[in-house]
Design a protein around this ligand. Structure first.
Ligand code: SF4
Length: 293
């Protein structure tokens, strides 16, 4: 049986950077709090916890005294930074620069009184941060069926959470454009007066991967997709792989492997999300080789 790790999978640049920042602080002081899970991967969190990382929630901030607090790659709303300043907490801001840029762009449109629409998941930390930059006024949608909440007579701009899929983003863009047209007689002054922009802020680190993952999934008999169950990007990529190869299985680590998955398989591919460390995919590869050779 041939087992291969997908060379185009694993940590994205933003996550590598966040983990590096955390490890540097842990190397210096042996203690660091992460506001929310540093990445959506319990195995990697465990490794960092051994070096002194602790995960805290927003409600715990008031009790933090003896260590710095890391803002993870997803970013936070401005309110969190204000609160931490009030509490005298030293912040290590490891927000991914790609996310920071999206926050800044949203802020500019918000200041110009645009209706802000975000294609994303309401409860996702990155989206909570983005919405915070509009004082909580942005409308979050995850499909074309949810557009009724919009005011089609207002100047509007559409952004995306960085890990969403492009196809749905452009379907939402087209649907909003059509609804703005439908609101007025086409070609009237009112229609032309409504300004609509669609800003594709889906991260290149993620969007380039689906095509390569499709090829990888097709070229293996069985695919093991390694990611944390909380990873939004992991769910999207797993579904893509499974749509190409129904023998694709989602696992957090090698303890979840099942013998029946490998019956008659000559090739096994191991792939992962942007939050999946390379060493973990290698560990899964070794486990499959040892057990099923
Ligand atoms: S996927 Fe892109 S935006 Fe998200 S952390 Fe990675 S590099 Fe940053």
């Amino acid at each position: 049986m041939k087992v291969t790790v997908d060379g185009h999978s694993g940590f994205c640049w933003g996550v590598v950077r966040t983990v590096d920042i955390a490890e540097q602080e842990l190397g210096d002081t042996g203690k660091l709090y992460s506001l929310g899970e540093i990445i959506h991967n319990p195995v990697e969190i465990g490794r960092l916890e051994e070096k002194g990382l602790r995960t805290i929630r927003h409600g715990d901030l008031a009790t933090v005294k003896d260590a710095k607090v890391l803002i993870r790659a997803h970013g936070e709303p401005p309110e969190t930074f204000r609160k931490m300043k009030e509490l005298g907490i030293t912040v290590i801001d490891a927000t991914c620069p790609v996310v920071t840029k999206v926050q800044e762009r949203i802020r500019k449109f918000y200041d110009r009184k645009y209706q802000i629409v975000i294609f994303g998941k309401k409860d996702h930390a990155e989206v909570i941060g983005l919405v915070g930059h509009t004082n909580g006024t942005a409308v979050v949608v995850k499909s074309v069926e949810e557009l009724d909440a919009l005011d089609f007579t207002r100047n509007t701009v559409l952004f995306s959470q960085t890990t969403m899929d492009k196809e749905t983003f452009y379907a939402i863009r087209d649907a909003i454009r059509a609804r703005i047209r439908a609101e007025f007689e086409v070609g009237t002054f009112e229609e032309m007066a409504v300004d609509f922009h669609a800003k594709d802020t889906i991260c290149g680190q993620v969007s380039g991967r689906d095509k390569k993952l499709r090829e990888f999934a097709r070229s293996n008999d069985v695919v093991l997709f390694v990611a944390g169950r909380m990873s939004s990007n992991g769910k999207v990529l797993y579904e893509i792989a499974r749509s190409e190869n129904p023998r694709t299985h989602f696992i957090e680590d090698e303890s979840e492997l099942k013998d029946e998955w490998f019956a008659g398989a000559a090739t096994v591919g191991v792939s992962g999300a942007t939050s999946t460390p390379q060493w973990l995919m290698e560990r899964v590869r070794k486990a499959v080789e040892e057990r099923y050779h």
